[in-house]
Design a protein around this ligand. Structure first.
Ligand SMILES: [Fe+2]
Length: 245
């Protein structure tokens, strides 16, 4: 089975469309989506509608999906994220808003080997930023792979039963997984990468070969930038796309 693993699209339809057309050629059987369809950028309805049209998708909600649909207030959001969330809530059609409200809370077990979650399987809002953060999660789970998003950083944490080793995924990296180890893997963000590479980030997991294939995909950042400016969302949200931060 080939899984396309995506996370943190954040209303960036230009990035999302480019990723989907890129992976059409790579072939996959299922999509695993790790949350944050909306928030930040300027095309929430387009992204939700495109997402809803896809087949064979397993998914969990993200923190922005909660705040933008009114499930949570977002008191912990910074001013720019909050402004974008309020704008998104107003802009969403009733259908799309209802869809977001019904997105399932993680973690979701895909099968005996694979778990998906937004921030972490223990707490969907928790950020796994370090080997120690990952270690704590390994201690409380037993799946071969846990896919997470939320930090917008493409990273693999491998656990040999004693130590955690974390390393960044770069474009075209291929990682052969070791069945004697366990993994927490973040595919990075489709719509707002933060590792100083502005290209959209996504991975394929081939469960037959036990390999991870990392990709960075170019998309029309100027178009995403212009949409944000046109809707008078905070300009910072447009500028950061060009820097990948
Ligand atoms: Fe996010």
């Amino acid at each position: 089975m080939r899984y396309l693993v995506l996370s943190d699209i954040h209303s960036n339809i230009d990035a999302f469309n480019s990723v989907l057309s890129f992976f059409k050629r790579k072939k996959y059987n299922k999509i695993l989506f790790l949350g944050d369809l909306v928030g930040y950028a300027a095309a929430p309805n387009q992204v939700v509608e495109k997402f809803r049209s896809l087949k064979n998708v397993l998914y969990v909600r993200g923190n922005h999906d909660k705040v933008c649909s009114g499930i949570e207030k977002g008191n912990h959001f910074n001013d720019k994220a909050k402004a974008a969330a309020l704008w998104t809530m107003k802009k969403l059609t009733r259908n799309n808003l209802n869809f977001l409200k019904k997105m399932p809370q993680g973690p979701l077990e895909v099968n005996n080997d694979i778990l998906i979650a937004h921030g972490s399987p223990i707490n969907e809002d928790f950020y796994i930023f370090s080997d120690f953060d990952a270690y704590q999660i390994f201690m409380q789970t037993n799946h071969f792979i846990t896919f997470i998003g939320h930090t917008h950083l493409p990273i693999v944490y491998e656990f040999d039963g004693e130590d955690v080793n974390g390393f960044f995924l770069r474009d075209r990296m291929v990682i052969k997984l070791d069945r004697k180890k366990r993994y927490i893997i973040n595919p990075g963000s489709v719509g707002q990468p933060r590792d100083r590479d502005p290209r959209a980030s996504a991975i394929i997991y081939d469960s037959k070969l036990d390999k991870i294939y990392a990709y960075r995909i170019n998309y029309n950042i100027n178009k995403a930038f212009d949409r944000i400016v046109k809707e008078r969302l905070p300009i910072h949200l447009a500028i950061r796309l060009g820097y990948g931060v």
